[in-house]
Design a protein around this ligand. Structure first.
Ligand SMILES: *[C@@H]1O[C@H](CO)[C@@H](O)[C@H](O)[C@H]1NC(C)=O
Ligand SMILES: *[C@@H]1O[C@H](CO)[C@@H](O)[C@H](O)[C@H]1NC(C)=O
Ligand SMILES: *[C@@H]1O[C@H](CO)[C@@H](O)[C@H](O)[C@H]1NC(C)=O
Ligand SMILES: *[C@@H]1O[C@H](CO)[C@@H](O)[C@H](O)[C@H]1NC(C)=O
Ligand SMILES: *[C@@H]1O[C@H](CO)[C@@H](O)[C@H](O)[C@H]1NC(C)=O
Ligand SMILES: *[C@@H]1O[C@H](CO)[C@@H](O)[C@H](O)[C@H]1NC(C)=O
Length: 452
């Protein structure tokens, strides 16, 4: 079982920003704190930000009233990545997995100039780097336990100062954060960038929220600030750093809660035993269809009483029983909490794995992708990870063992899936004799179709 780490750096960065936001509220600025759901894997080492807003988010979707604004695209977003020369050699692969040279805008910030040969020549595939400004003038104010706290707090300022032209959103993240750019742009485009928006999420680890605040966005998945909010923050940054040396209680305790808590999305099981391998696979699927990435689709196979749960581009599970969607939405707790000091461990419901063959799925992992000739469908294949370590089949559902299934093929429409206002997709179970695999075909649900 992998042990999972919530990034320390991110917690600090988020904490500071959170306090700064609150200071802004105190100083009379109208701050809309919007809180939409960015999927984040449970307390993960590499956090993943993706749009899961469509199903559950009933929060404000505030479009600009004037139709003169052009749609938000990737060129309107600037990334400020909190880096460090010591972590970069290991983190570079995360950033390069999503960075689009000459398309994405932004910088990775180091604390010092990287002299080591590993950094030269600087590759075109990485974001350009900059050196954070000297923070020694804040020495008298630096009472934070984390030595780089002030550098982190100034990340927004330094990013803002170098990139202003045509910017609608600033996105701040740690150097192990992975973005799905199309989904990110899609979500940001729903908000009015001329207003004050802070888009992020609280931590998936209960302990982090418990000790810091339930009303703060955590950095694991990154967060976005609209241009006017970033500007206001930049103008007030020094005041807050100087006024609140420990960046602790004063800023955060004086005002009422400002985050709007949304319902939680279902969170798929991301196993973290080898994050890099999973990441490469995920990015392979993401390159073709970000809109369905990790999207959960459920199908029932009546002749055998089986339930299929697809997490697109990642895994497929077969249960040898009819398992309801409300149960499947809760991830099996195959991960461990970052800290056991606050109960419950997670900010979402989990299922505790059991040895009951009716509850334990057969698991298949994503291994390849192809476009169907003719082009209407994408074909993703999933192979059995390892045999389910249970000898018996689920007898109460008819004793139909799925042990013989070694491969699952998922056909999904090659058109983008639109989350907003749409229900989850439905699917049919077929057997593809030609491909010697169980085949699942995603489709729009019929009107009034209910599962199972
Ligand atoms: C993004 O939108 C701007 C208009 O706001 C447009 O000039 C630019 O070409 C667009 N860029 C891309 C990559 O679509
Ligand atoms: C990016 O732009 C630089 C010059 O600005 C150019 O040399 C390089 O070939 C471009 N790379 C890509 C991948 O377009
Ligand atoms: C999650 O991943 C673990 C580790 O690979 C696996 O054992 C488990 O069955 C998976 N659970 C789900 C719900 O996919
Ligand atoms: C499905 O399960 C139910 C009990 O849950 C059982 O009565 C029924 O016979 C099973 N159907 C098949 C095809 O095995
Ligand atoms: C279930 O099926 C297996 C073979 O498919 C058989 O050996 C076993 O006895 C069956 N169990 C029950 C409870 O019917
Ligand atoms: C189909 O898969 C089964 C089990 O993996 C294997 O025994 C069989 O030879 C395969 N058939 C074909 C046509 O590939």
């Amino acid at each position: 079982m992998p042990s999972i780490i919530c990034s320390k750096l991110n917690t600090i960065l988020s904490d500071i920003l959170n306090k700064l936001f609150k200071l802004l509220v105190i100083s009379g600025l109208v701050l809309y704190v919007v809180y939409i759901i960015f999927f984040n894997n449970p307390c993960s080492y590499s956090s993943i930000l993706t749009n899961k807003a469509g199903h559950n988010n009933k929060g404000p979707i505030l479009h600009k009233s004037s139709s003169s604004t052009t749609p938000t695209n990737v060129s309107h977003v600037v990334f400020g990545i909190a880096g460090s020369t010591s972590t970069w050699p290991n983190r570079k692969c995360y950033i390069e997995s999503w960075w689009r040279p000459n398309i994405t805008r932004g910088y990775v910030f180091f604390e010092t100039f990287p002299n080591n040969n590993d950094f030269h020549p600087w590759p075109h595939s990485s974001p350009p780097f900059r050196i954070s400004e000297d923070t020694s003038k804040y020495k008298a104010y630096d009472k934070h336990l984390f030595t780089q706290a002030i550098r982190m707090a100034r990340l927004i300022l330094e990013t803002f100062n170098v990139e202003k032209q045509g910017v609608r959103w600033y996105v701040l993240a740690d150097d192990d954060t992975v973005f799905f750019i199309d989904n990110l742009v899609d979500v940001l485009g729903r908000y009015d960038h001329d207003k004050y928006f802070y888009i992020g999420m609280s931590s998936e680890c209960h302990a982090s929220n418990f000790y810091h605040s339930f009303e703060m966005g955590f950095g694991g998945a990154g967060y976005a600030l609209s241009y006017p909010l970033a500007k206001a923050l930049v103008n007030n940054l020094d005041v807050c750093i100087k006024r609140y040396p420990t960046l602790s209680s004063i800023c955060s305790s004086t005002i009422s809660p400002s985050l709007i808590a949304p319902p939680r999305p279902s969170t798929p099981n991301i196993s973290l035993h080898d994050p890099k391998r999973i990441l490469y696979r995920l990015m392979e699927a993401a390159k073709v269809d970000e809109s369905r990435l990790l999207q959960q689709t459920i199908c029932y196979h009546k002749p055998k009483n089986w339930t299929f749960s697809i997490s697109w581009g990642y895994s497929v599970q077969i249960y040898e029983a009819v398992v309801l969607p409300s149960t499947l939405q809760k991830p099996l707790q195959t991960f461990t909490p970052w800290s056991k000091s606050a109960m419950p461990f997670f900010m979402f419901n989990t299922r505790i794995p059991s040895n009951n063959p009716c509850e334990t799925p057969h698991v298949f992992f994503f291994d390849s992708l192809e476009r169907k000739r003719g082009g209407d469908y994408l074909i993703t294949s999933y192979s059995r990870g390892r045999a389910r370590a249970l000898p018996a089949a689920c007898s109460s559902s008819g004793n139909h063992s799925a042990d013989s299934i070694s491969k699952i093929i998922v056909l999904s429409p090659s058109t983008k899936y639109h989350h907003i206002g749409n229900r989850r997709e439905c699917c049919n179970v077929l057997h593809a004799t030609r491909r010697n695999a169980t085949e699942l075909k995603l489709r729009d649900c019929f009107e009034n179709e209910i599962l199972p």
